[in-house]
Design a protein around this ligand. Structure first.
Ligand SMILES: [Zn+2]
Length: 293
């Protein structure tokens, strides 16, 4: 199986801020040169070729269009862009920006997060802490580039809080810090024109669900189908072409998600972790670019 790299954020000196795990032009070019142009695949048909590399980009971020795209074009590399379609309502980027803008270090953000959890009377019990420790050991094998603090935060967010609770906490934190995201006026996401431009420059566009719900695999088969097919319809209409590639938001999938992929005639779907299991066309592992920094 080929090696598939997964990228998210890029930064420059003015428009796109430097955040946790983000790449600038120079860093990105360095990765390309280290791999070697001849080892980079230029067709999805090379997916099973052992020594080939693919570059994938999740979430339809404007920084990918502005910073990564010109470099891909320069080296004639075919990128794969997974795009969700309710981007203007996506809170993940707002929360990330808030974290970057209002906290000197990521651990200061985590401390404030736990303090707010306490104030909201959401207690993590001793038993929970034991479970967190067990999950931390398990996940540190999958997410080697995350610190112990990152893992703890992610486990509490994904395993101990509901999506609603998590957002409530974040909105409360933003209120306390007087961060009005509606007025912040930062454009995190690609415009329709950007997406068309990517496609016209010969890159692949893939689906990534409409909602980008962080717990999409907890939805029923029917609701997952609705979510992914809405995404597919909007993107196919925009680029006027059929889409046959997918990635799961936050890497979350279950047997229903696999059924959805089949139903939507997807050829390959990508997860967000590495594994050494046998090739499965709907569970293609990816290497997080954070591990390359
Ligand atoms: Zn995503």
């Amino acid at each position: 199986m080929a090696n598939i790299l997964m990228f998210h954020h890029f930064h420059d000196k003015n428009k796109h801020y430097k955040g946790q795990g983000s790449f600038n032009k120079k860093m990105f070019e360095k990765v390309i040169k280290k791999i070697g142009i001849k080892n980079i695949a230029n067709s999805i048909h090379d997916i099973k070729k052992k020594n080939k590399f693919f570059f994938t980009f999740d979430d339809g971020l404007a920084s990918q269009h502005d910073i990564a795209l010109p470099i891909l074009n320069k080296y004639k590399i075919k990128g794969i862009f997974f795009i969700h379609t309710n981007r203007e309502y996506s809170r993940i980027e707002i929360f990330r920006y808030f974290r970057h803008k209002y906290f000197k270090t990521i651990n200061q953000f985590y401390d404030f997060f736990y303090k707010t959890l306490n104030e909201e009377k959401i207690f993590i019990s001793k038993k929970n802490f034991k479970e967190i420790e067990i999950l931390k050991i398990k996940q540190s094998k999958l997410y080697k580039y995350h610190t112990q603090e990152d893992l703890k935060f992610r486990i509490i967010r994904d395993n101990f809080l509901s999506h609603k609770q998590y957002e409530k906490i974040l909105f409360k934190m933003m209120k306390i810090k007087k961060f009005n995201y509606k007025k912040s006026n930062v454009n995190f996401f690609m415009t329709d024109k950007n997406i068309k431009n990517i496609f016209e420059n010969n890159h692949y566009i893939g689906i990534h669900s409409h909602s980008h719900s962080t717990d999409i695999s907890s939805k029923s088969y029917y609701n997952q189908l609705k979510d992914y097919s809405k995404n597919k319809k909007i993107l196919e209409k925009l680029i006027n072409s059929k889409i046959f590639l997918a990635s799961y938001p936050c890497g979350k999938y279950n047997s229903n998600s696999l059924k959805v992929m089949r139903k939507l005639n997807i050829n390959y779907a990508f997860i967000d972790t590495i594994n050494k299991k046998k090739f499965h066309k709907y569970k293609i592992p990816r290497i997080n670019s954070a591990s390359l920094i």
